[in-house]
Design a protein. Structure first.
Length: 305
């Protein structure tokens, strides 16, 4: 075994005529590495460029050519037999083209980031970070100082079982923005909350405010003059203030149909037999039309407000 410590001048080739079958680079003084070529039967093989400390090659050779793009010092073992080197504490491993580590989820690689003072932040710049953890492995996040507001659109995708509590700061105004438009005033005359009996919605009254419940107002009966229908649809009643409507077929023989404008005996969804009464509680304030299969059939109407 032969150990050579060689000084290389930038761009100049150095030939070592020592035969062997193992080359082991022990050290290179520059980050550029050293180019190595084997010599067999007096003829050099193509250069292997940029070899760093730790490079190992087992191959028969009659000599070795070395060169470097920069002035440097190279420590190299040339041997016929195998050579094993132990690692040194604090030694650096330099890989010019980077290191690629491929593993699956079952073989995670722990990484610890520390600074010399344990107080100086360590910058970590990643294009994408994925943390795959379970609900029992929460990741605490602490913000120090002032947290800047989030501009633009924030989307939170959660399920019914993952409620997001919201607390309003005392004295602040709570605004609702729709599609990044101007603030929308929250003033509702009617609020509908679709929840079950087991999902009660607590309501807190503002201090000093008066909470009152009005009783249900009594209905006022409105008597509407009877209408004689013909074979072509005509208006029965037109009063937007009506809340309920009762329509009765007062004829003894005629069949009456009621509905919207242009209703016919064939198109009507509501038909009244002689003496039958129809109750309307949803659209009493609409304009109602009627038609009969007998000219002059009388229809009686009562409204409520």
């Amino acid at each position: 075994m032969s150990y050579q410590l060689i000084r290389l001048s930038a761009g100049l080739e150095m030939r070592i005529d020592i035969p062997g079958r193992l080359i082991l680079v022990d050290s290179v003084s520059t980050g550029q590495g050293v180019d190595i070529a084997l010599v067999r039967n007096g003829t050099p093989a193509p250069y292997i460029p940029g070899r760093q400390a730790g490079f190992r090659l087992v191959e028969d050779f009659g000599g070795v050519l070395l060169r470097s793009a920069l002035d440097c010092e190279v420590g190299i073992f040339l041997s016929i037999n195998d050579v094993q080197l132990g690692g040194t504490a604090g030694g650096n491993v330099v890989v010019p083209d980077g290191v690629s580590v491929v593993n699956d989820l079952a073989h995670s690689i722990p990484v610890t980031l520390t600074s010399s003072s344990n107080t100086t932040p360590i910058p970590v710049s990643l294009a994408s970070i994925r943390v795959n953890n379970t609900a029992g492995q929460a990741i605490p996040v602490t913000f120090a100082g002032t947290v800047e507001p989030v501009l633009g659109v924030v989307t939170i995708d959660n399920s019914d079982a993952e409620a997001i509590p919201t607390r309003q700061k005392p004295g602040e105004v709570f605004e609702v923005h729709v599609n990044n438009a101007v603030p929308m005033a929250v003033s509702l005359t009617e609020t509908k909350i679709n929840n079950s009996d087991a999902q009660a919605v607590p309501v807190v009254q503002k201090a000093g405010a008066v909470f009152s419940v009005e009783g249900k107002k009594l209905s006022t009966i409105v008597n509407i003059s009877p209408v004689a229908l013909g074979l072509v649809a005509g208006v029965l009643v037109n009063d937007p203030s009506l809340k309920r409507l009762r329509i009765r077929n007062g004829s003894e023989t005629a069949l009456i149909a009621i509905g919207g404008e242009g209703v016919t005996m064939d198109s009507a969804a509501i038909q009244l037999q002689p003496g039958a009464t129809y109750f309307e509680d949803d659209a009493a304030g609409a304009i109602w039309y009627g038609v009969s299969d007998e000219d002059g059939a009388v229809i009686q109407i009562m409204g409520m407000k």
